[in-house]
Design a protein around this ligand. Structure first.
Ligand SMILES: Nc1nc2c(ncn2[C@@H]2O[C@H](COP(=O)(O)OP(=O)(O)OP(=O)(O)O)[C@@H](O)[C@H]2O)c(=O)[nH]1
Ligand SMILES: *[C@@H]1O[C@H](CO)[C@@H](O)[C@H](O)[C@H]1NC(C)=O
Ligand SMILES: *[C@@H]1O[C@H](CO)[C@@H](O)[C@H](O)[C@H]1NC(C)=O
Ligand SMILES: *[C@@H]1O[C@H](CO)[C@@H](O)[C@H](O)[C@H]1NC(C)=O
Ligand SMILES: [Mg+2]
Length: 431
């Protein structure tokens, strides 16, 4: 036979073998998938005999180990994600794909300190689609269900009524004046979104309560109780940990806009508001150090919004939305660099009963560059706090920000809901 005479049968066999292998592989995948589905189903139905059925699981005792450079084909192994917490609530994180590692660190910390006992879901929001890697890794880290939501462009992008030339000029101006994050257009979208759009996202309409989480934060104590339950049973609207001053050059005209809003809608200003918290200026509350200079009546105090536990219905309500729309129309989210922290805070201070704003003094929390941690030795012991002494940049951290001269917490105690001297809950060592 000639050489070409051998070639064709050889090719035919090679192709047949190849397709057979592919078929077998897919068959295997399918069987594996269906088997897992059956087991998940069985577990959901409480059928443990079938659930323990023998399938290859490299994590299981007595099963063949993975070689070091292999990975598990089925990377989201079954896990019972049924919610145990009693509240209509979710974690929510606005985050970029590039922040995956920081997101995992925040999740790891919050899951270990709180959520692994409650399995509340996680909702992730992004202005671009999440990568498969992001979804896979964060789902593996979560104890509850996970949802990945793409923010609709109109909720993220600059509104059409904003004058683009004026916007570009304000960016240049902000760079010259070294306004913090003033150079960044996406930062303005982010602040605008967090101020007026996060609570409108479709997935969040399914919940009453949210717990805002940012990448690269740390929770330094055991929770020992469900903060959502505390919020509901005490009829609270909003919970914060840290209260500090805003940089005035980010919000030159915010306060005059707020005053115009109050003039236009006096009926929306709550009779038990906490305006004194954000307008009083005596310095004995700040170790007699002169206050951060402000050219308006606003003393720049606000709740630091990278941590929030709140009632979504407050934000979805008529009052807050009239407030947000009024600010939005004034343009300061784009012609200046209004942050969502002062915007949320001022909204709450005006529109809510001050007695419905809760200071979580017992949650150790770190978001660079500030930390807040319980000061009582007994509370720290019971809650297994590890109050970090160095920041993520390796720099030594000072005392908790709460007693820093620039903290607004003492002002909250005097003019907000006061300071309580009784425990809100039972701290025990056994949770
Ligand atoms: N998807 C998405 N998320 C963003 C974007 N910009 C900011 N975020 C998220 O919005 C939140 C606030 O942004 P940060 O960069 O943490 O802003 P910050 O807390 O003021 O400042 P640092 O934490 O000091 O950087 C974080 O959860 C970010 O992950 C963006 O362009 N896209
Ligand atoms: C949870 O809250 C949302 C928003 O208020 C509501 O639509 C939904 O019915 C609630 N779900 C349950 C189970 O109560
Ligand atoms: C909770 O607050 C609402 C108004 O925000 C009020 O109508 C209701 O009576 C309060 N409930 C309790 C238990 O305080
Ligand atoms: C204001 O707060 C007090 C308690 O501090 C409460 O008794 C009163 O009902 C509240 N008023 C309104 C209008 O909510
Ligand atoms: Mg941050």
């Amino acid at each position: 036979m000639s050489r070409s005479g051998l070639l064709y049968p050889f090719l035919a066999v090679a192709i047949a073998v190849y397709y057979y292998a592919v078929f077998q592989y897919q068959e295997g995948q399918l069987t594996y998938h269906f088997k897992n589905e059956a087991i998940n189903q069985a577990l959901t139905n409480g059928d443990s005999t079938l659930a323990q059925a023998d399938i290859y699981d490299p994590m299981k005792k007595g099963h063949q180990k993975l070689s070091s450079n292999a990975y598990i084909e089925h990377r989201s192994p079954f896990r019972d994600r049924t919610q145990r917490g009693a509240e209509n609530a979710t974690m929510v994180m606005l985050v970029r794909n590039s922040e995956l590692k920081g997101a995992l660190e925040s999740m790891r910390s919050l899951e270990d300190r709180f959520n692994r006992n409650y399995r509340y879901p996680w909702v992730f929001l992004n202005d671009v689609p999440f990568t498969e890697e992001f979804k896979e890794q964060t789902t593996l880290m979560a104890s509850g269900e996970t949802f990945y939501e793409l923010i609709p462009a109109p909720d993220w992008d600059m509104p059409e009524f904003i004058d683009n030339d004026k916007f570009e000029k304000s960016i240049e101006e902000a760079i010259k004046k070294e306004v913090i994050y003033g150079f960044s257009k996406s930062y303005r979208n982010m602040c605008h979104f967090n101020s007026g759009y996060f609570y409108k996202q479709e997935r969040l309409l399914n919940y009453d309560w949210y717990f805002r989480v940012e990448p690269d934060v740390e929770y330094m104590c055991d929770f020992q109780y469900d903060p959502f339950t505390l919020m509901r049973t005490k009829n609270m609207t909003y919970g914060f940990v840290i209260a500090i001053h805003e940089y005035e050059n980010t919000i030159p005209t915010l306060w005059e806009t707020v005053e115009k809003f109050m003039e236009k809608y006096p009926e929306l200003v709550h009779p038990n508001n906490s305006l004194d918290f954000i307008t009083s200026g005596e310095s004995d509350l700040n170790h007699n150090v002169p206050l951060v200079r402000s050219s308006s009546k606003y003393n720049l105090c606000h709740f630091w919004s990278n941590f929030e536990i709140g009632d979504l219905n407050f934000f979805r309500g008529e009052a807050y939305n009239k407030y947000f729309d009024f600010l939005d129309q004034a343009g300061g989210f784009y012609y200046e660099r209004w942050g969502d922290a002062p915007v949320h805070s001022i909204g709450l201070n005006i529109l809510a009963d001050k007695n419905k704003i809760h200071h979580f003094e017992d949650i150790g929390y770190y978001h660079p560059p500030y930390l807040s941690c319980p000061s009582s030795v007994d509370v720290k012991a019971a809650k297994r706090c590890v109050c970090r002494s160095r920041g993520s940049d390796g720099e030594k951290l000072g005392a908790p920000v709460d007693v820093n001269v620039y903290s607004c917490l003492s002002r909250w105690w005097r003019y907000g809901s006061g300071k309580t001297f009784l425990n809100e809950i039972d701290y025990t060592f056994n949770n």
